[in-house]
Design a protein around this ligand. Structure first.
Ligand SMILES: Cc1cc2nc3c(=O)[nH]c(=O)nc-3n(C[C@H](O)[C@H](O)[C@H](O)COP(=O)(O)OP(=O)(O)OC[C@H]3O[C@@H](n4cnc5c(N)ncnc54)[C@H](O)[C@@H]3O)c2cc1C
Length: 392
């Protein structure tokens, strides 16, 4: 393989998974992250069996599982009556069905597990304070330029810089971005602040017309993760760290069951954030020359199937296997794209559709609480899925 050095732009869950998977197969990577310190936002993320296969293969699955604690059954509840509409399997059932677990994880726990594993392999491979700005490529190499004035030359570059990817824009131009008309809220709450009706609950999602709110415990039930997504026609900013007022959240959910509303009202001051969800079309091509894209940079995912991070981990595993199997980088990128595009773009589009089903506005009628399991998504194993031949 004619690849001595691989640049990865973005040190989120996708970028670090790609780094670890490529290192596993003996490749040398350099990760460039815009943030000055390695950290994730305070929020939960569900890591489902399809992604756990890769995390176990890469040696970080057991740690992620240990920090998360056991996964109980999860409930879909009617937004007004509070009645349980569906009960979903617990973590043990998933192991029996798919050979790997389903975990609710603090984002920083999975991020730290990945970062530490990457740095154990190569203590000098992560460059913080490097905001990617532009690139040039030719038949020899790709040169990335960063906002701090530095440049870096490598054989190939992988854009893992999220939904608003600058790498994607550099090689494919700007894509159309629409505000979805959905605003998301997130909060992490200490378990001691959770009202009694909710405190002992497993994962539960209240589904109502045009709105949903869900909560699940993290870190052995010491923290509660709360997420709400509501239709809100007024334009909202993108980003994970915009502070929000509890009254704004509560006002949108005024007709919800007292358990749901009580939970929202109990969010401590300063703990609530909001952002407007953006919609971008899937890329029809992930790769151009020496540059490819991965995770949200390739297929920006809405949260309604809880799969964006999992699909980024799948991408990373398959990309690294493609590099291990190919004769040169062009073949590796071809295998990666041919193996991944239908799967990842399909999940992106399914996630968009799931918003309408959870919020009862689909013409097909509500299918509240349908999830990635109903769509057969957990059957995919990125460690063993056959690699497709690169398109000629
Ligand atoms: C409310 C909500 C809930 C979700 N829940 C789940 C869930 O339960 N399960 C799940 O699997 N997914 C979930 N997701 C989706 C998931 O969070 C994303 O799909 C996932 O984080 C994508 O990973 P990524 O590494 O591709 O991008 P990101 O996580 O966005 O990481 C991108 C990284 O690149 C860096 N970066 C950006 N620009 C630059 C630049 N110019 N130069 C250098 N670095 C840069 C960023 O700082 C960041 O570190 C959820 C999303 C939302 C919004």
């Amino acid at each position: 393989m004619n690849v001595a050095r691989i640049s990865i732009v973005g040190g989120g869950i996708g970028g670090l998974s790609a780094a670890l998977a490529l290192q596993h197969f003996g490749f040398r990577v350099s990760v460039f992250e815009q943030a000055r310190e390695l950290r994730e936002v305070g929020a939960g993320v569900t890591i489902t069996p399809n992604a756990m296969h890769a995390l176990h293969f890469l040696g970080v699955g057991a740690r992620v599982a240990k920090e998360a604690g056991p996964t109980e059954a999860y409930l879909i509840r009617h937004y007004q009556t509070g009645d349980v509409i569906k009960v979903r399997a617990n973590g043990t059932d998933y192991v029996q069905r798919f050979g790997a677990e389903y975990h609710q994880v603090h984002r920083s726990d999975i991020h730290t597990a990945l970062a530490e594993a990457v740095l154990r392999n190569d203590p000098d491979c992560i460059f913080l304070g490097h905001r990617f700005e532009a690139l040039t490529q030719d038949s020899e190499c790709v040169v990335a330029t960063f906002a701090n004035g530095k440049t870096f030359t490598s054989d190939v570059l992988i854009g893992c810089d999220g939904g608003a990817s600058k790498v994607r824009a550099s090689v494919f131009g700007d894509v159309v971005v629409n505000y979805t008309g959905q605003v998301a809220f997130r909060a992490l709450m200490p378990m001691a602040s959770i009202p009694d009706g909710i405190a002992k609950m497993p994962f539960a999602m209240f589904v109502g017309l045009r709105r949903l709110v869900l909560h699940y415990p993290l870190r052995h039930r010491t923290i509660m993760n709360v997420i709400g997504v509501a239709r809100e026609p007024r334009w909202q900013e993108e980003g994970w760290t915009i502070p929000a007022a509890v009254e704004e959240f509560a006002d949108l959910y005024g007709d919800f069951h007292p358990d749901a509303l009580g939970l929202i009202r109990a969010i401590p001051p300063g703990a609530l954030f909001k952002w407007g969800l953006r919609d971008r079309e899937p890329l029809q091509q992930y790769t151009k020359g020496r540059v490819t894209t991965l995770g949200d940079a390739a297929h920006p995912m809405s949260p309604f199937l809880g799969q964006g991070a999992c699909i980024a981990i799948e991408d990373a595993m398959v990309l690294a296997r493609a590099f291990a199997a190919a004769r040169d980088f062009a073949e590796a990128f071809g295998i990666y794209e041919a193996t991944r595009k239908q799967r990842a773009n399909g999940v992106q589009l399914a996630s968009r559709q799931q918003a309408d089903e959870n919020q009862g506005v689909t013409p097909r009628g509500a299918n509240p609480g349908a999830n990635a399991d109903d769509r057969g998504l957990y059957l995919y194993n990125p460690v063993t899925v056959p690699l497709a031949a690169a398109a000629s």
